[in-house]
Design a protein around this ligand. Structure first.
Ligand code: ASP
Length: 354
């Protein structure tokens, strides 16, 4: 239940919601706390009273989130881990461009979090007429006081989505995020934050806080590429991407339910990369549904080449999971096992065998 006595931590990282005009176009603005408190004071009294108290932190260098890297994900998770115990929930204000990537990475790093961590952003700066910023922040703050929610979620345009299932889907509309393969966790309706029953993380996935905050500095920049295949792709192109020593793993976006050309040269490159210990996974280019690798002969080669099924994961959840697993001191078998296991509700749990 929402409580006006709850205390939140609000972290401002940059993004359009806090941007200001400059001769070069919009740039991240500073001193967001004063600007936000001003804006919140314009809300009708009943809505103001329903908001929790909050403390605010601003990252040292607010950014346009298109510049975010795995280091930023690591720093943000560290900030939450350092401060969350003093608060009932955490709200993270972030650019929309890579919001779903950060949400996915935080979900893996903050496994077992026992209170809400809600990310939000906006399509228009806070001070602009008709901006969606204040509405999104208000809804995120209200969800962040609900103790039943114990996971990383993304709140946008009145909908609450699982962080590791979310994707940015629109470049301009306010309703910019979707969760293609998992239903919404809740909705902000009639000024109330309503959680839908039985959609939150299962108890075994929540468990107790068991954060994993791996040092991504051990991975070279760009060490986990995302490769969307296209008709006519040639083995030499895959070779250029995958056989570079700096590459440690990759996500392949293949066709339909898990297919790719039966081309021996392509399969040979994938098998060589796998043989070198690179962690390869595949999802579909279709935004909805899952892959079932090996169902068609045209996908059989992926199995033979040791490519892991990403099932119904989003590209954001799959790449950040590969980065997360590769940054930890795990052996190959354990990495593969964890990739195939739903850690934070990012992929559908396999059906139990009879
Ligand atoms: N380029 C901005 C960002 O991601 C876009 C936004 O926030 O809507 O930081």
């Amino acid at each position: 239940m929402s409580s006006s006595r709850a205390s939140l931590l609000v972290i401002y990282t940059g993004g359009t919601l806090g941007m200001v005009d400059s001769p070069q176009g919009l740039i991240p603005g500073h001193d967001f706390e004063a600007r936000l408190r001003d804006a919140l004071s314009t809300l009708p009294p009943a809505r103001r009273r329903a908001l929790p108290d909050f403390q605010m932190l601003e990252t040292p260098r607010p950014i346009d989130s298109s510049a975010a890297t795995p280091d930023d994900w690591r720093d943000l998770a560290g900030l939450v881990a350092d401060h969350y115990l003093a608060h009932d929930g955490v709200v993270i204000l972030h650019g929309t461009d890579t919001l779903a990537w950060t949400a996915s990475s935080l979900a893996y790093q903050l496994q077992g979090i026992d209170r809400p961590v809600i990310l939000t952003g906006a399509m228009a700066p806070l001070e602009r007429a008709d901006s969606d910023a204040l509405g999104n922040i208000e809804a995120a703050m209200r969800f962040a006081t609900d103790a039943r929610l114990q996971e990383v979620a993304l709140c946008f345009s009145g909908r609450l989505l699982r962080g590791a299932r979310s994707r940015k889907w629109q470049t301009r509309h306010a309703d910019a995020f979707v969760s293609p393969n998992y239903p919404s966790l809740g909705e902000f309706v009639d000024d109330d934050a309503v959680l839908f029953p039985r959609r939150g993380l299962e108890r075994h996935q929540r468990g107790a806080p068991r954060f994993e905050l791996p040092d991504v500095a051990g991975l070279a920049e760009g060490s986990v590429p995302r490769l969307v295949l296209w008709p006519g792709i040639a083995a030499w192109q895959l070779e250029a991407w995958l056989l570079d020593d700096r590459v440690r793993g990759a996500l392949l976006e293949v066709w339909g339910g898990g297919n790719l050309p039966e081309d021996e040269a392509i399969m040979g490159v994938l098998a060589r990369a796998s043989g070198e210990g690179k962690l390869l996974a595949a999802i579909s280019q279709c935004p909805h549904g899952s892959v079932s690798i090996g169902a068609y002969a045209a996908g059989r080669g992926l199995v033979d080449a040791g490519v892991l099924s990403g099932d119904d994961m989003t590209p954001e959840a799959a790449v950040t999971k590969l980065v997360h697993l590769l940054a930890q001191p795990l052996d190959d078998a354990e990495r593969r096992r964890r990739f195939l296991t739903p850690l934070v509700g990012e992929r559908t749990a396999p059906a139990l065998e009879d």
